[in-house]
Design a binder for this molecule. Sequence first.
Ligand SMILES: Cc1cc2nc3c(=O)[nH]c(=O)nc-3n(C[C@H](O)[C@H](O)[C@H](O)COP(=O)(O)OP(=O)(O)OC[C@H]3O[C@@H](n4cnc5c(N)ncnc54)[C@H](O)[C@@H]3O)c2cc1C
Length: 372
Amino acid sequence: MRQRIAVVGGGPGGLAFARVLHRHGHPVAVFERDPAPDARPPGGTLDLHEGLGQLALDKAGLLAEFRGLSRPEGQAMRILDTDGTVLRDWRPRPDGRANPEIDRGQLRDLLLGPLDVQWGRGVTQVVPGVRDGVVVHFAVGRQETFDLVVGADGAWSRVRPAVSSATPHYTGVTVVETSLDDVDTRHPALARLIGDGALGVYGVNRGLVAQRNSGGHVKVYAQFRAPLDWHTHVDLADGEAVRASLLALFDGWAAHVLDLLRHGTAFVHRPLYVLPVSHTWTHTPGVTLLGDAAHLMPPLGAGANLAMLEGAELAESIATGADDLDEVVRAFEERMWVRAGQWATITAAGLERLVSPNPAEALALFDEVQPS
Ligand SMILES: Cc1cc2nc3c(=O)[nH]c(=O)nc-3n(C[C@H](O)[C@H](O)[C@H](O)COP(=O)(O)OP(=O)(O)OC[C@H]3O[C@@H](n4cnc5c(N)ncnc54)[C@H](O)[C@@H]3O)c2cc1C
């Protein structure tokens, strides 16, 4: 008899898991809290690495479609100092496919494909160890029972407490995100400044990153070290007040760089939280975690990639592996913990260097990771 499998969360990890199971003809229930795929803005762009996110798409049979949608030119990266001098201007080779960019919304739609996601089914609690399986409780009040429940429900996972008491803690770095639309026609000078991919400007304990999405959309991330309550005197719902406080924070930076903030619309407050590096738990039959729910780390280009690969690998092992589901999950967890622990260490050190008292550290990091 087929095992009853559920995944909680329809982000990159949960959808990759479900899509690979679907490819192998294995049924899976997908529970997502959002009421519809477009219920909230999907977020910015993601670079999918050859050996991580792209490998996951390959396992889902979606690599060719991804290549048609993604933007290899988006790998370009320019670094400036705070007076606007260009320090590095890196462009990928025309055939370079190591980390092409894709809009999150495009990736979500690609992964969704034929999946029958149960939208508006927020999970409140998962209870393992019940005689007939693992019980999933929903905000709408009903409950269902499964042989395996995969928590792919992100940073503030409601599945995680079933296996671990860990909770995310603040890194000391906050990001405020804003956006520019139609940048090539409405802000041509900024479009030239950003180029085809991303722009990073690093000062003392702060940085500004601007990243092209498709269709002339740009996301700008102001990142800075600050206590969690830095905004006590700023109404976060008042965009002009947030803009003014950011311009004060970045005071003295080149005027054409600060135009990224002056022209930004809608400001989103994102304090950066992480789970402890190398977070693991005592294996609990019937429940596991993947992606941010398992190993929330600083957003330095690994989180979605890892979530997708974990989802694809676990699904493939379930669909093609041995009959003993619990052994499959146990082996998956061991592999995930090692790889995620390595990335958590790398990204934690990366955040320290990118938002650092010594801006030369950010440039040195770029030189270390960028192929020449
Ligand atoms: C600004 C920024 C830039 C980033 N850039 C990159 C990048 O370039 N490359 C990269 O690899 N990573 C990047 N990341 C990290 C990446 O976004 C995450 O690591 C990734 O989205 C994690 O995927 P996930 O599927 O584990 O969780 P999520 O994407 O958080 O998805 C979780 C899903 O679960 C749903 N959910 C939550 N709670 C419940 C519940 N109780 N019941 C049901 N559903 C629930 C949510 O609605 C959501 O759809 C970035 C992050 C940020 C903040």
